[in-house]
Ligand binder design. Sequence first.
Ligand code: HEM
Length: 427
Amino acid sequence: MPPNSEVTNRRSRRLQEQDAASAPASTKKLKKIRLAELSQHEVCIDGLVYDIREFGKVHPGGDQVLLFGGNDVTAQYKMIHHGHSSNPQHYLSKMALVGEVTDFSCEYKFDTPFEQEIKREVFKIVKRGREFGTPGYLLRAAFYVGLMAFAQLTWVASGSSPLRAVLLGCAGALIGLNVQHDANHGAASKRPWVNEVLGYGADMIGGSKYNWIQQHWTHHAYQAFFFLPLLSFYWLSSVFNTQVLDLNQRGSAQIMDWSNDYTKRRIPVSLLLRALYIGMNIVNPFFHHSPATALYHIWIMSTVESLFLSGLFSLSHNFEGADRYPVDHFEKTGEQVCWMKAQVSPSASEAAYQGGGSMMTYKTHLFPRMSSAYYPYIAPTVRRICEKHGVRYAWYPWIHQNFIATVTYMHNSGTGGHWELDPLSGK
Ligand code: HEM
């Protein structure tokens, strides 16, 4: 998804302007650098610089951690590892501390009473270390993979048809929502290789695993800035997205620098998978039908997949009263914003869960490395704690309620009805 460039530019400007006078005294002997000077093997967390070259070989989540090299990953690191706040030094000491950043700043406050209570209560329901895909989830995933394989094989071997187009479109969307999403969150399984393999589901439906991860972890860390669903153009903008050529997701590149060797090594496999996708799904129909019929079938398949996927994206992030910019308070006052509250305010909805496991947005945003199988079980607890802390929790038990809130939101966007300033006069 393309980001709101004005907002992200504002953020990076703000970061550049900050001065980290707050560096811990014990780190005085470490090298001092600016954020822009991080090497591709280094990450910054809370203003400290860690070399992750060796750590990449032993990281329990797999070597994918190297994808983040060269960046400030404070928000990403904290949100991905729900358990580390209890004993941060224990975990951080697994990485080689090499320096400190002089221009570090973070708009978020972590480990707030709200965050602590949600974690405490949720981990009474889900055992820590067992938050990955349940046998039920894996069975469901196997079904969706089987459906996709069947839909793809019949499309290729027997030729496309309107019915097969609908089947392939639906199967692709279900892979996107239920399989690759959990896998690329590192939540489908405790075994990194299972997540690694299932994550390629993104490439099987016309996208790119690595571009998706780049966009998605940035969306999670700064979520409200990164959600503009493209509705029926979703498929077109994925399949013909040239960002697969260098695996550098331009939208998130305004915040993150993805150009490192780890990423570059993934380019050949991503290109191969994209060529395979185009061969099977776009070129193949022309061998079976006239050009007009082939295009008609491709249009049905792509529209079904796009509307299925982006319809749910829209429902879960765009609704009446959604807070599009939860770090506004930080911008205006310099006071950090509770990260977990910022995750709740721009997300909805229970309803979208009906169409796709990962779309129960609060939960995927609060616990990104928890399997979507658990979301319905933790939902009442999260809701209760939000109510207790006065955090707005947009809850739509029925999909039509969510739909009405989304249409109202879009109407207001069109008319400028919920703009802070008059869109024409700017006053
Ligand atoms: C943002 C960059 C990341 C950094 C700096 C980082 C760092 C760490 C550290 C220091 C640990 C503790 C290691 C230990 O106890 O031996 C850890 C554990 C772990 N990481 Fe990461 N990680 C990152 C991204 C990821 C990603 C993207 C995933 C999966 C999607 C992931 C999955 C895990 C898992 C499953 C564990 C073990 C369970 C836990 O401690 O929560 N990490 N990581």
